[in-house]
Design a protein around this ligand. Structure first.
Ligand SMILES: C[S@@+](CC[C@H](N)C(=O)[O-])C[C@H]1O[C@@H](n2cnc3c(N)ncnc32)[C@H](O)[C@@H]1O
Length: 342
Protein backbone atom coordinates (compact mmCIF):
# COMPACT_ATOMS: atom_id res chain seq x y z
CA UNK A 1 0.00 0.00 0.00
CA UNK A 2 1.42 3.42 -0.89
CA UNK A 3 1.92 5.81 2.00
CA UNK A 4 -0.22 8.97 1.92
CA UNK A 5 1.78 12.21 1.84
CA UNK A 6 1.94 13.98 5.21
CA UNK A 7 -0.36 17.03 5.31
CA UNK A 8 0.90 20.60 5.24
CA UNK A 9 0.31 21.23 8.95
CA UNK A 10 3.81 19.70 9.11
CA UNK A 11 6.67 22.07 8.16
CA UNK A 12 7.91 21.40 4.60
CA UNK A 13 11.25 19.99 5.78
CA UNK A 14 9.43 17.60 8.15
CA UNK A 15 6.76 16.15 5.87
CA UNK A 16 8.80 13.23 4.51
CA UNK A 17 9.54 12.09 8.09
CA UNK A 18 5.90 11.46 9.08
CA UNK A 19 4.12 8.24 8.16
CA UNK A 20 0.56 7.16 8.72
CA UNK A 21 0.29 4.01 10.85
CA UNK A 22 -3.53 4.23 11.18
CA UNK A 23 -5.66 6.35 8.79
CA UNK A 24 -5.47 9.97 9.98
CA UNK A 25 -2.77 9.24 12.61
CA UNK A 26 0.86 10.20 11.96
CA UNK A 27 4.07 8.90 13.56
CA UNK A 28 7.61 10.05 12.94
CA UNK A 29 9.58 7.62 10.80
CA UNK A 30 11.92 5.49 12.89
CA UNK A 31 10.66 6.93 16.18
CA UNK A 32 10.52 4.02 18.60
CA UNK A 33 8.20 5.37 21.27
CA UNK A 34 9.14 2.44 23.53
CA UNK A 35 12.93 2.95 23.31
CA UNK A 36 13.13 6.26 25.18
CA UNK A 37 10.78 5.15 27.99
CA UNK A 38 13.10 2.23 28.61
CA UNK A 39 16.07 4.52 29.11
CA UNK A 40 14.03 6.97 31.15
CA UNK A 41 12.70 4.23 33.46
CA UNK A 42 16.14 2.80 34.09
CA UNK A 43 17.73 6.14 34.86
CA UNK A 44 15.04 7.62 37.10
CA UNK A 45 14.58 4.38 39.06
CA UNK A 46 18.29 4.51 39.85
CA UNK A 47 17.95 8.08 41.25
CA UNK A 48 17.60 8.77 44.94
CA UNK A 49 14.71 9.07 45.72
CA UNK A 50 13.51 6.80 42.91
CA UNK A 51 10.94 8.41 40.57
CA UNK A 52 9.25 8.00 37.16
CA UNK A 53 8.30 10.33 34.32
CA UNK A 54 4.52 10.74 34.07
CA UNK A 55 4.05 9.53 30.50
CA UNK A 56 4.74 5.89 31.41
CA UNK A 57 1.29 5.91 33.04
CA UNK A 58 -0.50 6.09 29.69
CA UNK A 59 -0.53 2.63 28.15
CA UNK A 60 -3.95 1.54 26.86
CA UNK A 61 -5.27 0.58 30.31
CA UNK A 62 -3.71 3.70 31.87
CA UNK A 63 -5.54 5.94 29.37
CA UNK A 64 -8.83 4.18 30.19
CA UNK A 65 -8.22 4.51 33.94
CA UNK A 66 -7.45 8.21 33.53
CA UNK A 67 -10.80 8.68 31.76
CA UNK A 68 -12.50 6.90 34.71
CA UNK A 69 -10.71 9.28 37.13
CA UNK A 70 -12.13 12.27 35.21
CA UNK A 71 -15.66 11.09 36.09
CA UNK A 72 -14.99 10.63 39.83
CA UNK A 73 -16.90 12.96 42.17
CA UNK A 74 -13.67 13.83 44.04
CA UNK A 75 -11.79 14.75 40.84
CA UNK A 76 -13.14 18.31 40.45
CA UNK A 77 -10.49 19.21 37.85
CA UNK A 78 -12.16 17.85 34.69
CA UNK A 79 -15.68 19.13 35.32
CA UNK A 80 -14.40 22.53 36.50
CA UNK A 81 -12.16 23.03 33.49
CA UNK A 82 -14.94 21.76 31.22
CA UNK A 83 -17.38 24.33 32.64
CA UNK A 84 -14.84 27.14 32.10
CA UNK A 85 -14.30 26.07 28.49
CA UNK A 86 -18.01 25.68 27.84
CA UNK A 87 -18.75 29.18 29.23
CA UNK A 88 -15.84 30.92 27.50
CA UNK A 89 -15.14 29.07 24.24
CA UNK A 90 -16.76 31.88 22.23
CA UNK A 91 -14.43 34.53 23.73
CA UNK A 92 -11.36 32.30 23.57
CA UNK A 93 -11.83 31.58 19.88
CA UNK A 94 -12.68 35.23 19.12
CA UNK A 95 -9.45 36.31 20.86
CA UNK A 96 -7.28 33.77 18.98
CA UNK A 97 -7.81 34.13 15.21
CA UNK A 98 -6.28 30.84 14.05
CA UNK A 99 -6.79 28.22 11.35
CA UNK A 100 -5.54 25.25 13.31
CA UNK A 101 -5.93 23.84 16.84
CA UNK A 102 -3.12 21.60 18.09
CA UNK A 103 -3.86 19.86 21.38
CA UNK A 104 -0.95 18.58 23.48
CA UNK A 105 -1.55 15.43 25.53
CA UNK A 106 -5.06 15.40 24.10
CA UNK A 107 -6.27 12.10 25.55
CA UNK A 108 -9.85 11.61 24.31
CA UNK A 109 -10.23 15.41 23.56
CA UNK A 110 -13.59 15.49 25.34
CA UNK A 111 -13.34 19.10 26.63
CA UNK A 112 -11.82 20.40 23.39
CA UNK A 113 -15.14 20.00 21.58
CA UNK A 114 -16.25 23.37 23.01
CA UNK A 115 -13.34 25.06 21.23
CA UNK A 116 -13.81 23.07 18.03
CA UNK A 117 -17.49 23.88 17.76
CA UNK A 118 -16.80 27.62 18.25
CA UNK A 119 -13.93 27.51 15.76
CA UNK A 120 -16.20 25.88 13.17
CA UNK A 121 -19.00 28.34 13.98
CA UNK A 122 -16.82 31.47 13.82
CA UNK A 123 -14.41 30.49 11.01
CA UNK A 124 -15.97 27.62 9.09
CA UNK A 125 -12.97 25.50 8.32
CA UNK A 126 -10.57 24.20 10.92
CA UNK A 127 -7.69 21.77 11.27
CA UNK A 128 -7.50 19.78 14.49
CA UNK A 129 -4.25 17.99 15.36
CA UNK A 130 -4.12 16.24 18.74
CA UNK A 131 -0.66 15.09 19.90
CA UNK A 132 -0.42 12.15 22.28
CA UNK A 133 1.83 9.20 23.13
CA UNK A 134 -1.34 7.13 23.56
CA UNK A 135 -2.61 5.78 20.25
CA UNK A 136 -5.76 4.58 22.06
CA UNK A 137 -6.49 8.20 23.04
CA UNK A 138 -5.90 9.46 19.49
CA UNK A 139 -8.20 6.84 17.97
CA UNK A 140 -10.96 7.67 20.47
CA UNK A 141 -10.49 11.39 19.79
CA UNK A 142 -10.62 10.78 16.03
CA UNK A 143 -13.83 8.73 16.24
CA UNK A 144 -15.73 11.30 18.28
CA UNK A 145 -14.37 14.44 16.58
CA UNK A 146 -14.97 13.16 13.04
CA UNK A 147 -18.50 12.14 13.96
CA UNK A 148 -19.38 15.52 15.53
CA UNK A 149 -17.40 17.74 13.13
CA UNK A 150 -17.33 16.19 9.65
CA UNK A 151 -16.18 19.53 8.16
CA UNK A 152 -13.03 19.49 10.26
CA UNK A 153 -9.61 18.27 9.00
CA UNK A 154 -8.27 15.76 11.56
CA UNK A 155 -4.58 14.78 11.88
CA UNK A 156 -3.63 12.80 14.99
CA UNK A 157 0.06 13.02 15.88
CA UNK A 158 1.38 9.96 17.73
CA UNK A 159 4.45 11.46 19.37
CA UNK A 160 5.90 12.98 22.49
CA UNK A 161 4.99 16.66 22.93
CA UNK A 162 8.26 18.10 21.71
CA UNK A 163 8.58 15.87 18.65
CA UNK A 164 4.99 16.74 17.75
CA UNK A 165 4.87 20.51 18.25
CA UNK A 166 8.33 21.11 16.73
CA UNK A 167 7.09 19.60 13.46
CA UNK A 168 4.13 22.00 13.02
CA UNK A 169 4.39 24.57 10.20
CA UNK A 170 5.19 27.91 11.85
CA UNK A 171 3.37 30.05 9.28
CA UNK A 172 0.05 28.30 9.99
CA UNK A 173 -1.80 30.40 12.62
CA UNK A 174 -2.26 27.89 15.41
CA UNK A 175 -3.80 27.71 18.85
CA UNK A 176 -1.84 25.25 21.00
CA UNK A 177 -4.08 23.82 23.71
CA UNK A 178 -2.72 22.11 26.83
CA UNK A 179 -5.52 21.09 29.19
CA UNK A 180 -6.15 19.01 32.31
CA UNK A 181 -3.40 20.80 34.29
CA UNK A 182 -1.03 18.33 32.66
CA UNK A 183 1.72 20.98 33.13
CA UNK A 184 1.41 20.11 36.82
CA UNK A 185 3.09 16.77 36.06
CA UNK A 186 6.34 18.51 35.09
CA UNK A 187 9.02 18.91 37.75
CA UNK A 188 11.20 22.02 38.10
CA UNK A 189 13.59 20.78 35.40
CA UNK A 190 10.98 19.60 32.91
CA UNK A 191 8.82 22.77 33.19
CA UNK A 192 11.32 25.32 31.77
CA UNK A 193 12.60 22.81 29.20
CA UNK A 194 9.05 22.29 27.92
CA UNK A 195 8.13 25.98 27.65
CA UNK A 196 11.46 26.94 26.07
CA UNK A 197 10.89 24.32 23.36
CA UNK A 198 7.21 25.15 22.87
CA UNK A 199 7.83 28.88 22.56
CA UNK A 200 10.64 28.25 20.04
CA UNK A 201 8.28 26.08 17.98
CA UNK A 202 5.49 28.69 17.93
CA UNK A 203 5.06 31.03 14.96
CA UNK A 204 4.30 34.77 15.09
CA UNK A 205 0.51 34.28 14.89
CA UNK A 206 0.25 31.52 17.44
CA UNK A 207 -1.53 31.29 20.80
CA UNK A 208 -1.39 28.97 23.79
CA UNK A 209 -4.37 27.99 25.93
CA UNK A 210 -3.27 26.45 29.20
CA UNK A 211 -5.41 24.76 31.88
CA UNK A 212 -3.86 25.00 35.36
CA UNK A 213 -5.15 23.69 38.67
CA UNK A 214 -4.86 26.19 41.54
CA UNK A 215 -3.68 26.04 45.12
CA UNK A 216 -6.71 25.41 47.37
CA UNK A 217 -7.61 23.82 50.73
CA UNK A 218 -5.57 20.67 51.32
CA UNK A 219 -8.57 18.39 51.96
CA UNK A 220 -10.05 19.11 48.51
CA UNK A 221 -6.67 18.49 46.88
CA UNK A 222 -5.86 15.31 48.74
CA UNK A 223 -9.34 13.78 48.18
CA UNK A 224 -9.02 14.37 44.43
CA UNK A 225 -5.95 12.09 44.32
CA UNK A 226 -7.12 9.45 46.79
CA UNK A 227 -10.66 8.58 45.72
CA UNK A 228 -12.89 6.28 47.73
CA UNK A 229 -13.18 3.75 44.86
CA UNK A 230 -9.39 3.34 44.58
CA UNK A 231 -9.26 4.16 40.86
CA UNK A 232 -6.40 6.66 41.30
CA UNK A 233 -4.40 3.99 43.13
CA UNK A 234 -5.10 1.53 40.30
CA UNK A 235 -4.02 4.12 37.72
CA UNK A 236 -0.77 4.89 39.55
CA UNK A 237 0.14 1.24 40.21
CA UNK A 238 -0.69 0.21 36.63
CA UNK A 239 2.57 1.92 35.66
CA UNK A 240 4.39 -1.14 37.02
CA UNK A 241 2.44 -3.42 34.65
CA UNK A 242 3.58 -1.19 31.80
CA UNK A 243 7.18 -1.25 33.03
CA UNK A 244 7.09 -5.06 33.36
CA UNK A 245 5.92 -5.20 29.73
CA UNK A 246 8.52 -2.73 28.45
CA UNK A 247 11.51 -4.19 30.30
CA UNK A 248 10.61 -7.79 31.21
CA UNK A 249 10.37 -6.66 34.83
CA UNK A 250 9.05 -8.52 37.88
CA UNK A 251 7.21 -5.85 39.87
CA UNK A 252 4.48 -7.67 41.84
CA UNK A 253 1.44 -5.40 42.03
CA UNK A 254 0.16 -7.32 45.08
CA UNK A 255 3.22 -6.18 47.02
CA UNK A 256 2.89 -2.46 46.26
CA UNK A 257 0.82 0.11 48.16
CA UNK A 258 -0.31 3.61 47.14
CA UNK A 259 0.28 6.77 49.14
CA UNK A 260 -0.41 10.39 48.18
CA UNK A 261 -0.23 13.70 50.01
CA UNK A 262 -0.05 17.45 49.39
CA UNK A 263 3.48 18.71 49.94
CA UNK A 264 2.88 22.35 51.00
CA UNK A 265 6.51 23.35 50.57
CA UNK A 266 6.50 22.39 46.88
CA UNK A 267 2.76 23.08 46.41
CA UNK A 268 2.26 19.70 44.80
CA UNK A 269 0.38 16.46 45.25
CA UNK A 270 2.90 13.62 45.35
CA UNK A 271 1.77 10.11 44.37
CA UNK A 272 3.95 7.27 45.58
CA UNK A 273 4.22 3.51 45.18
CA UNK A 274 5.38 1.95 48.44
CA UNK A 275 7.00 -1.50 48.72
CA UNK A 276 4.93 -3.51 51.22
CA UNK A 277 7.78 -6.08 51.44
CA UNK A 278 11.47 -5.98 50.48
CA UNK A 279 11.74 -6.97 46.80
CA UNK A 280 14.51 -7.92 44.37
CA UNK A 281 13.49 -6.07 41.22
CA UNK A 282 15.01 -7.41 38.02
CA UNK A 283 14.60 -6.24 34.41
CA UNK A 284 15.32 -9.23 32.18
CA UNK A 285 15.58 -7.20 28.95
CA UNK A 286 18.12 -4.77 30.44
CA UNK A 287 19.95 -7.30 32.62
CA UNK A 288 19.74 -4.85 35.51
CA UNK A 289 17.97 -4.73 38.85
CA UNK A 290 17.82 -3.15 42.26
CA UNK A 291 16.83 -3.96 45.82
CA UNK A 292 13.53 -2.25 46.64
CA UNK A 293 13.55 -1.92 50.42
CA UNK A 294 10.48 -2.50 52.59
CA UNK A 295 8.54 0.82 52.87
CA UNK A 296 10.76 2.52 50.29
CA UNK A 297 8.77 4.89 48.06
CA UNK A 298 8.92 5.49 44.32
CA UNK A 299 7.54 8.89 43.25
CA UNK A 300 5.30 7.93 40.31
CA UNK A 301 3.60 11.26 39.60
CA UNK A 302 3.40 14.81 40.88
CA UNK A 303 0.60 17.29 40.29
CA UNK A 304 1.80 20.81 40.98
CA UNK A 305 -0.72 23.48 41.88
CA UNK A 306 -0.42 27.01 40.56
CA UNK A 307 -1.09 30.66 41.31
CA UNK A 308 -2.29 32.06 37.98
CA UNK A 309 -0.60 35.48 38.22
CA UNK A 310 2.72 33.91 38.97
CA UNK A 311 2.28 31.44 36.13
CA UNK A 312 1.53 34.30 33.73
CA UNK A 313 4.68 36.12 34.85
CA UNK A 314 6.75 32.95 34.48
CA UNK A 315 5.54 32.24 30.94
CA UNK A 316 6.31 35.86 30.06
CA UNK A 317 9.99 34.93 30.43
CA UNK A 318 9.46 32.37 27.65
CA UNK A 319 8.05 34.98 25.25
CA UNK A 320 4.39 34.23 25.95
CA UNK A 321 2.23 37.31 26.65
CA UNK A 322 -0.94 36.87 28.74
CA UNK A 323 -4.10 37.70 26.79
CA UNK A 324 -6.93 36.57 29.09
CA UNK A 325 -7.59 34.64 32.27
CA UNK A 326 -10.75 32.54 32.64
CA UNK A 327 -11.77 30.90 35.90
CA UNK A 328 -14.76 29.32 37.70
CA UNK A 329 -16.87 30.91 40.49
CA UNK A 330 -14.84 29.06 43.20
CA UNK A 331 -11.54 30.06 41.57
CA UNK A 332 -10.40 26.44 41.74
CA UNK A 333 -9.05 26.21 38.19
CA UNK A 334 -7.65 28.64 35.62
CA UNK A 335 -7.67 28.57 31.84
CA UNK A 336 -5.06 31.05 30.58
CA UNK A 337 -4.69 32.38 27.05
CA UNK A 338 -1.24 33.57 25.88
CA UNK A 339 0.01 35.04 22.60
CA UNK A 340 3.48 34.39 21.24
CA UNK A 341 5.51 37.62 21.33
CA UNK A 342 6.82 38.65 17.90
C1 LIG B 1 -3.44 14.16 32.43
S1 LIG B 1 -3.88 13.45 30.88
C2 LIG B 1 -4.85 14.77 30.18
C3 LIG B 1 -5.76 14.33 29.09
C4 LIG B 1 -6.68 15.44 28.54
N1 LIG B 1 -5.91 16.51 27.93
C5 LIG B 1 -7.54 16.00 29.65
O1 LIG B 1 -7.40 17.20 29.92
O2 LIG B 1 -8.35 15.29 30.20
C6 LIG B 1 -2.34 13.58 30.02
C7 LIG B 1 -2.35 13.13 28.56
O3 LIG B 1 -1.07 13.45 28.01
C8 LIG B 1 -0.52 12.34 27.35
N2 LIG B 1 0.94 12.45 27.55
C9 LIG B 1 1.62 12.33 28.73
N3 LIG B 1 2.92 12.58 28.55
C10 LIG B 1 3.06 12.86 27.21
C11 LIG B 1 4.18 13.21 26.41
N4 LIG B 1 5.41 13.33 26.92
N5 LIG B 1 3.98 13.46 25.10
C12 LIG B 1 2.72 13.35 24.55
N6 LIG B 1 1.63 13.02 25.28
C13 LIG B 1 1.80 12.78 26.59
C14 LIG B 1 -1.13 11.12 28.01
O4 LIG B 1 -1.15 10.00 27.14
C15 LIG B 1 -2.54 11.63 28.35
O5 LIG B 1 -3.43 11.41 27.29
Amino acid sequence: MTQPTAPDIFAADQRSRWLSDHPGIWSRQGADLDAIPTLSILTTLWDQPRWLEAYHLYDELGSELFEAICDLPEYYLTRTENSILEANAKNIIAAAPVECIVELGAGYSKKTVHLLSEQVRQRGLCIFAPIDVSVAGLLASKASVQKDFPQLEFHGIHARYEDGFSAIEKSLPTLFVFLGSTIGNFNQTEFPRFFRALSAAMGPNDYLLLGADRVKPVKLLEDAYNDSRGITAEFILNVFRNINRLLGGNFDLNQIGYHSWFNPHWQQIEMYAVASTAQEIYFRDANAGFQWRHDEKILVEISRKFEPNRLQEQLGFFGLTPVEHFTDPNEWFSVLLFRKQN
